[in-house]
Structures are given as structure tokens and as C-alpha cells.
Design a protein around this ligand. Structure first.
Ligand SMILES: [Zn+2]
Ligand SMILES: [Zn+2]
Length: 491
């Protein structure tokens, strides 16, 4: 009697922490079977629900009336009927898959989390994911826009790159709805160019993505990684790490969600977003996420360096769907892959990495196909030129920005000084305004201005008043003498 699936796993393995046990390769436990209750007969009819993947043919009607058939893959919950024995058989098969998933999910998640937290100065982690396509909208729509195929879509490739200095989120926007490896690398190019320019010391790049086989987990994507990352961008070591299926939402999903909500707010405010370019311009004013446009020509440029299907077939290796890490170096054309990621060193051989493409003759690929080396050489030259041009442009921009900042700093200083003076004057005025009625109240009169005169002025005043007194005294004496003389002469 077991309470959960995890109890079932414990029941059939020696340890849930050992890879051999969980991959059902351990000699002691690989033959251990689930112990089912035996009180019900094996041939009893039972029914159960199961998630079933199936392909379905659908018909698309074109504008000219012709119909084209296409295949879609759908997952649905299906009620299944059968004997108890067949249910037991199906459960035993499913639990094997679950053991592998359970062993992978926690170490892979922990390893990728630790990598982001402890990055060296020469390392960069790029986490990428395609967001669900954005359906263009008008602020007011007639009914036929909602129902017909009038609503066009826009591809959003979102992600975050982490360096030892911090992280930055980005989104590349395109009207091209391709999500295949050529499109992925066209969407990656502006981001890689920016990283290369902004952090020239970075030599090691780790990619993190989920693992859809038509996008990131395929030979074409790995071939482009090898060609572009080493030959065009000159990175020394590159790893591509796949998250285990069912890992939940990541930061890239969050960025997609925020951008779509911002776009919807723009539409709700009365603006139309009929195409990718309008979406790009509308979002640029509203978000701090780095935005770039990707054109059909950008994707066609990548298409030009993909080798023929025959060559790609020759590059296929078994077990690509089980691996979680691909390692690549600029030294040679080979790749290493292993079931889980580890970042302790470039030469770490934990999880027994396997080498592939070691015997691939690169020059032969290049000769037989569209001369990859020529294309990548010219591309490399073009890249150096563009980065040089870009660097010069950036430096110029920075200079202009610096100058503008300098002048704006001076202007700000002058402005702040003026404002300070004004506020001082105002506060003085205010304080004097406040003081004046107080003084007037206290003395009931306007206070008299008393000017303190200099010392020489005071002495002069004293001298003047002294002379004045002397003059008056002399006049008085003269007057007295004159009076006495007049009286004596009368007698
Ligand atoms: Zn075991
Ligand atoms: Zn290691």
C-alpha cells in the first residue's frame, strides 16, 4: 500500500540519489517490480484517465478558396479501458520514465541556480525562451477582425543575461513567425553583439533554455552555436543547458508577460498595434527591457550558413533527447554532451561526458555545402567591422551624452544656485516679514534706523560743536564788553 508516486519510486530503487538506480541500470534494483495487491483478478475490466499525445490532420482554407492539409500535435486527456493487467503494465512503464525525471529535475535546477549566483568575471549566462506570439490589436475593432484571420502575430524571443556585474533582460521582436534554429540565432545576434561590446572580457557563455526538439534541442541549433559562437563572436567555451521538462515558469516567461501587458495598456489607451514595428516603438517608450527588431533578412542570413540536410543528418548523434548539457570549445569541432549539467571546471568528467563530431571534417562540410568557412569568415570580418563601427558609434554617443550631461550638470548647478539664492532671499524676506510685525507690536512704533557713524565723523562732530561753543562764548564776551563800554561812555 503506497501513498504517493514517490513512495512507489522508493519501493523499486535502492536509493533515490543514485543515478544508476533511478535510471533503472543498477544490478541490484533494476529488476525490482511494483508489488500490486493481488485480491483483484488480472483480467478484470478497468478504466482510467491518461494524457495522450496524438497527431491530427487539419485543413486550412486559403483566401483563393483552395484547401491545404496540415498536421498538428495535440495532447488530450483520454479515458482508457482495458484489463487490470494492461493498466499494471502501463504504470510500470510510466514509473520508469518518472524515476529519470525525478533524478534529473532537482540537481539540474540547483546547478543552474548556483551557476547564476556564482559567476566568474569572464562568464555570462544567457537564459532564453520564445514567448507565446503576440496578437496585434486595434484600440477599436469591428467584429470581423476578431473572427477572421485578420489578426496578425508577432514573435517575441525573450530572455535575461547574467554577468558577474548584474543582469539585463531583453526581447527581440519580429514579424517573422519562424521559431526554428535559424530564427533563434537571428534573434540572438543583437544580444551577443551587445555582450561582446559591453563585456569584452567574457570568454565563456552558458545558454539555458527548455528543450523543444524543433527549436533548441536539435543538431541544427548546435551546429549554429558551434559556428557562430566561436567563429563569429570568438568565445572560447560555450555550453548549452536544457532545463528538465516541467520546470515551471522562468524569468523569460515573466518578461514576455510584462511586455504583452504593457502593449495591451497602450492599446487600451486608444492606440493601435497593427504590426511588429509599432509594437517595438510602443514598447520602447514604456519599458526598460532591451528591445531589438529582427527582420526576415536577418533570418535569411543565418539560413545561408546552415549546411544541407544530408550533412545535418550525418551530424545527428544518439541520445540527443536525453542530454541536458552540451559543451563546446573553440579548439576543435567536437562537442561533449552529458545527461546533467556541471560547471565545476571546463574539464569536469562527472556524468561521463560523451564526445561527438570529433571525426567531422569541417573543411569537407564547408566545401560540399555553401562554403561555411567563407561565409563565416566574411561574417567575422563583417562582425569586426560592425562592432568597430558600433563601438565608435557608441563612443561618439557616449561623448555626446557625456557632453550633454556635463552641460546639463553645469546648467543644473547654475539652476540650483539660482534656486538657492531665490529661496534664501525668500526665506530672508519671509523671516523679516515675520519679525517686523512682532517688533512693531512690541514697540507700538516703527523701529528707527540707527546708523553707526565712523570715529572720525564723531570726533569732527565733537570738534565742530566745541568750536561752535567757543564761538558763541566769544560772541557773548564781546557783547558783554560792548555793553559795559556803552554804559561807561554814557556816564
Ligand atoms: Zn539500485
Ligand atoms: Zn563538474
Amino acid at each position: 500500500m503506497t501513498g504517493s508516486v514517490d513512495d512507489c519510486v522508493k519501493h523499486i530503487t535502492c536509493s533515490v540519489d543514485h543515478k544508476l538506480c533511478m535510471y533503472r541500470q543498477c544490478i541490484s534494483c533494476c529488476s525490482k517490480q511494483m508489488a500490486f495487491a493481488e485480491d483483484v483478478a488480472e483480467d478484470t475490466d478497468v478504466c482510467w484517465w491518461a494524457w495522450v499525445n496524438k497527431s491530427e490532420q487539419r485543413v486550412r482554407r486559403q483566401a483563393d478558396g483552395t484547401e491545404t492539409e496540415f498536421t498538428v500535435r495535440i495532447t488530450s486527456k483520454v479515458k482508457q479501458m482495458g484489463s487490470l493487467a494492461s493498466l499494471k503494465e502501463q504504470f510500470t512503464q510510466e514509473i520508469k520514465q518518472y524515476c529519470i525525471h525525478k533524478y534529473n529535475i532537482i540537481p539540474q535546477h540547483t546547478e543552474l541556480k548556483n551557476l547564476r549566483a556564482n559567476l566568474k568575471s569572464n562568464e555570462c549566462v544567457i537564459l532564453v525562451d520564445f514567448s507565446e506570439n503576440y496578437s496585434t490589436k486595434y484600440s477599436t475593432e469591428i467584429q470581423s477582425v476578431h473572427f477572421g484571420a485578420s489578426r496578425s502575430q508577432v514573435t517575441l524571443h525573450t530572455g535575461v543575461y547574467y554577468t558577474s556585474c548584474g543582469k539585463e533582460s531583453f526581447c527581440t521582436i519580429s514579424s517573422n513567425l519562424r521559431h526554428d534554429p535559424a530564427a533563434i540565432w537571428a534573434h540572438m545576434r543583437p544580444i551577443l553583439t551587445k555582450i561582446k561590446y559591453k563585456y569584452p572580457d567574457i570568454t565563456v557563455v552558458h545558454f539555458i533554455s527548455d528543450s523543444p526538439s524543433s527549436q533548441y534541442r536539435c543538431v541544427k541549433n548546435l551546429y549554429l552555436m558551434k559556428t557562430l559562437m566561436h567563429q563569429e563572436y570568438g568565445f572560447q567555451h560555450v555550453t548549452w543547458n536544457y532545463t528538465e521538462a516541467g520546470h515551471g515558469k522562468g524569468p523569460a516567461d515573466g518578461i514576455g508577460g510584462v511586455l504583452k501587458r504593457t502593449a495591451d495598456e497602450v492599446v487600451n489607451a486608444g492606440n493601435d498595434i497593427p504590426d511588429a514595428a509599432t509594437l517595438y516603438h510602443s514598447l520602447q517608450k514604456k519599458t526598460c527591457v532591451d528591445l531589438y527588431m529582427v527582420t526576415d533578412a536577418d533570418i535569411a542570413n543565418i539560413d545561408a550558413i546552415i549546411p544541407t540536410a544530408k550533412t545535418l543528418n550525418a551530424l545527428k548523434f544518439p541520445g540527443i533527447m536525453q542530454v541536458h548539457q552540451i559543451r563546446s570549445t573553440a579548439r576543435d569541432f567536437s562537442l561533449q554532451h552529458r545527461i546533467l549539467s556541471c560547471f565545476c571546471s571546463d574539464l569536469c568528467d562527472f556524468f561521463q561526458p560523451k564526445v561527438v563530431w570529433a571525426n567531422v571534417n569541417v573543411s569537407k562540410i564547408n566545401d560540399s555545402d555553401k562554403s561555411v568557412s567563407d561565409v563565416s569568415d566574411t561574417r567575422q570580418v563583417a562582425f569586426i567591422a560592425t562592432t568597430k563601427k558600433g563601438a565608435a558609434k557608441c563612443r561618439k554617443n557616449e561623448k555626446v551624452k557625456g557632453r550633454a550631461q556635463k552641460s546639463s550638470n553645469v546648467a543644473r548647478k547654475v539652476k540650483s544656485r539660482k534656486a538657492k539664492c531665490r529661496s534664501d532671499r525668500q526665506s530672508k524676506q519671509k523671516s523679516s516679514d515675520r519679525r517686523r510685525p512682532l517688533l512693531a507690536e512690541r514697540h507700538d512704533v516703527e523701529p528707527k534706523m540707527t546708523i553707526r557713524k565712523p570715529v572720525w565723523w564723531q570726533k569732527r562732530q565733537q570738534l565742530m560743536s566745541g568750536l561752535q561753543c567757543l564761538f558763541i562764548m566769544i560772541i557773548q564776551k564781546f557783547y558783554l564788553i560792548a555793553l559795559i563800554y556803552h554804559k561807561m561812555t554814557r556816564l
